[in-house]
Design a protein around this ligand. Structure first.
Ligand code: GLC
Length: 498
């Protein structure tokens, strides 16, 4: 049996977002569902994020935990800009989350990301976490920090706090949810002058050079173990095509690098109990999906027809998600093939304009909602026939997992977590949970969409795919167990047992 961290151990996740408090993307979702899964297995898992103004203190009944903590730096800070407090969130008398409160850097900002001093904001988070741990009675047995924003935690532990009797003893796991984001710069174009080799010790938050620091590189360099969110992405990032200029470093750290596929919250996302959809259904009996389809068509002003082939897109509108492929094939598709399209997402304005324009040109066939929405995704998954996820790269991807859970058939590119979670339907063996294409080009994508469209005409075949998709196990159970093993490995690396 592989070794795991002991039951009851204390695990602290550090990230820039965590649902239900604040969520911008998939990271926020995982920072909710993974700690929850670990708690269900008998571990004391908690998460710590900044207390942004957007987080509703009253709704979540946040209460004070600690006051007046300060980063351990040489900064002169006469106006006390860096002084922080800690708030906590409890359920049934158990603390589940901590918040780092600071007026200047979190409370005064309307958004989570996108400020010129973001690096400072995240370094402050890392210091805040460690100062809190020093003073708190609750001491984690491991700290898991996610993405570049929390990559400074392992760095500070091994440098600034290396002689601290408490902090230096804590092992760290650094989780890569998206290697593309490394700091305030585009890793493809960072100039030599601004290159951060990760060697400079962070002693001063007001240093003008601070915005050049690469939190992703530092997380990978200093953590006791590193993981990413799917086995395929863990292999892909060792190549220059996917490595975002960190592939050489990742290769050096390869023995400490693991890939664990994300799961989803199976209880919260359940088509047979979900109150936010019109009609409930299960993998055994999903006839009700057509009622949801009609509702969806109404909601998005599409022609109401339960036999229409209804495609959905639920996505952050970013190049990563394959929008260049979608925009290239969509016009010839509309001109030649009978289908409808609903689009939900926010992001790049060029793509938003593209879909708005499409909606005007094809009334009754295209419907859009181009701002973030919490419940619409489930309405779409419960009524759409298929979902488009043709990503250029995809560390894991949650949309295809949620879509399968609700019986919307994913059409995906064979990359990262999409390759690990969706299998191509084979009409001979009747196996497969979706449609998969390999090369990142519009023709390959188009063929996959056409294959899906043609298969949809064969009602029995299509019902089989829905069943296969809904029966796929995307719960956290197996993956949470893999995390527990990696935690133990991180501990062993830390204690130099490996
Ligand atoms: C990032 C990745 C996405 C992954 C999510 C959660 O958003 O881009 O692929 O599913 O993190 O791990």
């Amino acid at each position: 049996m592989t070794k795991k961290l002991k039951t009851g151990s204390k695990i602290l996740f550090v990230a820039s977002e965590a649902s239900p408090f604040i969520k911008v993307g998939g990271l926020g979702e995982v920072m909710n569902s993974l700690p929850k899964a670990l708690r269900n297995l008998g571990y004391d898992a908690r998460v710590m994020i900044p207390k942004y103004a957007l987080i509703d203190t009253e709704k979540f009944h946040l209460s004070p935990e600690l006051e007046g903590i300060r980063p351990k730096t040489d900064d002169e800070d006469p106006s006390g800009l860096l002084v922080c407090n800690i708030l906590k969130y409890e359920e049934e008398n158990k603390t589940l989350a901590y918040f780092l409160e600071n007026m200047e850097y979190y409370e005064k900002r309307a958004n989570v990301y996108g400020y010129s001093d973001d690096t400072l904001r995240w370094i402050l988070l890392s210091f805040g976490v460690l100062e809190f741990v020093k003073k708190s009675k609750w001491k984690p047995d491991i700290i898991v920090s996610a993405d570049w924003q929390a990559g400074f935690v392992p760095d500070l532990i091994k440098t600034v706090y290396k002689d601290d009797p408490i902090i230096s003893k804590i092992p760290t796991l650094f989780s890569i949810h998206n290697l593309r984001f490394q700091g305030m710069f585009d890793p493809q174009f960072v100039s030599e002058m601004n290159f951060d080799a990760g060697k400079q010790v962070i002693t001063n938050l007001f240093d003008p050079n601070i915005s050049n620091l690469n939190g992703m590189r530092r997380g990978i360099m200093f953590a006791d173990a590193v993981n990413t969110v799917s086995p395929t992405y863990a292999r892909e990032i060792l190549t220059s095509d996917f490595g975002e200029k960190l592939d050489e470093l990742l290769k050096e750290r390869q023995t400490r690098l693991f890939g664990i596929l994300n799961g989803i919250d199976y209880k919260g996302l359940n088509p047979s109990t979900d109150q936010s959809i019109t009609a409930n259904y299960s993998a055994k009996n999903f006839g009700n999906r057509s009622k949801n389809k009609i509702e969806l068509q109404k909601r998005f002003n599409l022609a109401q027809d339960e036999n229409a082939f209804l495609l959905g897109i639920v996505s952050r509108m970013d190049e990563q998600k394959g929008f260049d492929l979608i925009t290239q094939i969509i016009n010839p598709l509309f001109e030649n093939v009978d289908f409808q399209l609903v689009v939900l997402g926010d992001g790049d304005n060029n793509y938003k304009t593209f879909f708005k324009d499409l909606e005007t040109r094809f009334p009754g066939r295209v419907g859009t909602h181009l701002v973030f929405d919490g419940t619409l995704p489930r309405m779409i998954f419960s009524g759409a026939d298929a979902m488009l996820v043709p990503s250029k790269f995809e560390p894991c991807g949650l949309v295809q997992l949620e879509a399968m859970r609700y019986g919307a058939v994913p059409i995906v590119r064979k990359v990262g977590g999409l390759a690990d979670s969706v299998s191509d339907f084979d009409p001979e063996t009747k196996k497969g949970t979706g449609f998969v294409f390999d090369k990142y080009d519009p023709f390959s994508f188009l063929i996959a969409v056409i294959r899906a469209r043609e298969t949809f005409r064969e009602k029995k075949q299509w019902a089989k795919i829905i069943k296969n998709a809904m029966n796929r196990d995307s719960s956290w159970e197996k993956s949470a167990d893999e995390y527990l093993q990696v935690f133990k490995t991180a501990r062993d690396f830390h204690d130099q047992k490996i």
